[in-house]
Design a protein around this ligand. Sequence first.
Ligand SMILES: [Zn+2]
Ligand SMILES: [Zn+2]
Ligand SMILES: [Zn+2]
Ligand SMILES: [Zn+2]
Length: 802
Amino acid sequence: MDLPVDEWKSYVLQKWSLLPMSTQVTISTAETVRDIFLHSSSLLQPEDEMFLKRLSRGYLVGKDPNAPLFYREEGNKKFQEKDYMGATVLYSKGVSHSRPHTEDTSLCYANRSAALFHLGQHETCLKDIVRAQMHGYPERLQPKMMLRKAECLVLLGRLQEASQTISDLESNFTAKPTLAASQFQILQRTLCRLKMKVQEKENLTETISAALTKAFADMDLREENEQISSASSSVSLCTDPLKGRYLIATKGILPGELLVKEDAFVSVLNPGEMPPLHHGLESKWDTRVTNGDFYCHRCLKHTLAPVPCDGCSYAKYCSQECMQQAWDLYHSIECSLGGLLLTLGVFCHIALRSTLLARFEDAGKVIRNLCGEISNKDTSLPESKNLVQTLSCDLGGEREKNGKTVENPIPGCDINGKYESNYYAVFNLLPHTENHSPEHKFLCALSVSALCRQLEAASSQALTTGPTSSKLKAAVAPALGPELTLWGVAMLRHMLQLQCNAQAITTIQQTGSKEDIITDCRQVRLATGLFPVVSLLNHSCSPNTSVSFVGTVATIRASQQIRKGQEILHCYGPHESRMGVAERQRKLRSQYFFDCTCPACQHEKHRATAGPRWEAFCCHSCRALMQGDDVLSCGNTSCTESVSRDHLVSRLRDLQQQVGMARKLLRNGKLEQAIQLLLGCQQDAESFLSAEHSVVGEIEDDLAQAYAALGDWQKSATYLQKSLQVVKVRHGPSSVEMGHELFKLAQIFFNGFAVPEALNTIRKAEKVLLVHYGPWNDEIQELQKMKSCLLDLPPVPVGPSV
Ligand SMILES: [Zn+2]
Ligand SMILES: [Zn+2]
Ligand SMILES: [Zn+2]
Ligand SMILES: [Zn+2]
């Protein structure tokens, strides 16, 4: 997903292996990104471009005029089945393939508004009604949609507008009596009902919207850092030859304190693991659902009613405004390149978007910073020229300030020593040119070269075609030209930087349906982005901070107490609770080019255990942990049990299969059968897995789900508490995983009306989740609702004393 698709990767590797040795050596030993780019791009042949074009055509990214009808009919089927969510997605796909201002577009929007209405999304439903009308919704279908509009307005408490809509409707019918008598009757009855609802509602005044508006209020940094933008004043930027740049605490920091809040300089939505469809007869259009169907391609906001780009079917946005902004910033150039960008992968896409965004920076400032041209205050240079200067400048450590040379020891900072989240800082992230393999550098360089050729072709096409594409022309023409090589060099630099500096933007998605009593959630990767300030943090496998996201904004909070002078550390992925030390070391060395010496790694290296406890086997007869490699023997010296690893691994595989079957039963509502199977699994697990084995925890968790579905709260809580123990051992008592598990337990106690237990668990869950997410988090809001609900309960009546 991050790198190009496998077909292109192996094609380029093949090409590399056939290069003469001398050429390979030239590229391998090239010292600058510029040299790597120039040598590689001269090797890109027309047949290579043809091959890439063929791959790109596998993606459905343009507008297909036959698709809207297909998707609408598929959507209608789901609608009939009352699968309104499924219908919504299919109507959205229909919209993305429709041309603006056509009946197709208006019908898809109108149908989607109906599905949204049934999903209780009244605000969004109204927006879609407006969109349907904007795109020319047919007169004959108007009454039905107007009724829906009135109904929404009533439900939202917007009564004046509702009354207006109703009276408009009424006068419309009397003016145009085109409806059949029976239809007219139904309409009149509905209108009557609506009028009554308006009257009812008018008595109840206030509506519930104020609560949501302050969601972001608690997300601000208490005091902004003067040296580093987007960071709190509790941290400070340092540098040393071994660690590079890093942040330390300038005062004592308490758990939960917000340390960094940074909007991504650039981010690209992950398209999801979705191989291109091979054009067969039945699979001409894609009905599969991905992140791209639910999240805005610019701001990453979740939306059930995306608005597609007018020019392509793959870029979708939360609103018209986001669409316009994306167009102005980068999409005018990316729009026609969808297939190619999907083929070349997210890193290449981010590299392109970063350079496109660079055009909009305060270019004068960037130049002054880079070249010391403080006297030249010409900020009105054409954009592309600024980029040229930015990129061609020598990035030395010496800068001119007020006529004399000053030393600027921290790369990425401006002449005043300030570090900002901008293109200059992005440009200064390390590309680690010397660490990447020659093949990798060649793959990146050739991919970027191919992209440059396409950009060049697109811009010359835009210059020669008629006035219809003048919008495109205006955007592309000044951006490219003789500086294309510089663009290529910049893009290659970004691509190489991304391996170490890309930040996965994640979100918490609830799994299962809304009707489930216990909602479970999992973290999913939504997008990849560059955050220059977050990039300042070094890695630890047991970090003292926790990162979370709202849209494209990253927040880093202290996850434990940090003393003054201590380094602020963040985990790049290999966390001690998710991977054993050997695997972490391997990953960090190959992806980030360093040997981790964090306390967790040093501690674990000295301890000679075979692996983490959540993967450990235990003795069949005495329950002590088993030790060894191929043949495991009991750790208890007085016990003589021994067994081959292969045997245990295959037992584990069988067990996991059984658990999978039980989950299927659970999903299909066959609760008793699921429980029987799970209890068997539990017994089996106890005979060879350690008590803290992750599979043991999963079985307890599933049992808790099953009993909750049966309404047996007590049993459900008992099992969940066991699973909680496993999570605690693995992730720690104040980990975010623990927070989610406590949240589930709170839901169970709440539903079982175990008031003291519920309140106690709510408090614990709140405490943990606050540290990681801050107060605006969905789960915390939910916990608070539960709490106030429980506290408002009438006191239990005291019986007469005997
Ligand atoms: Zn948006
Ligand atoms: Zn587009
Ligand atoms: Zn480590
Ligand atoms: Zn034993």
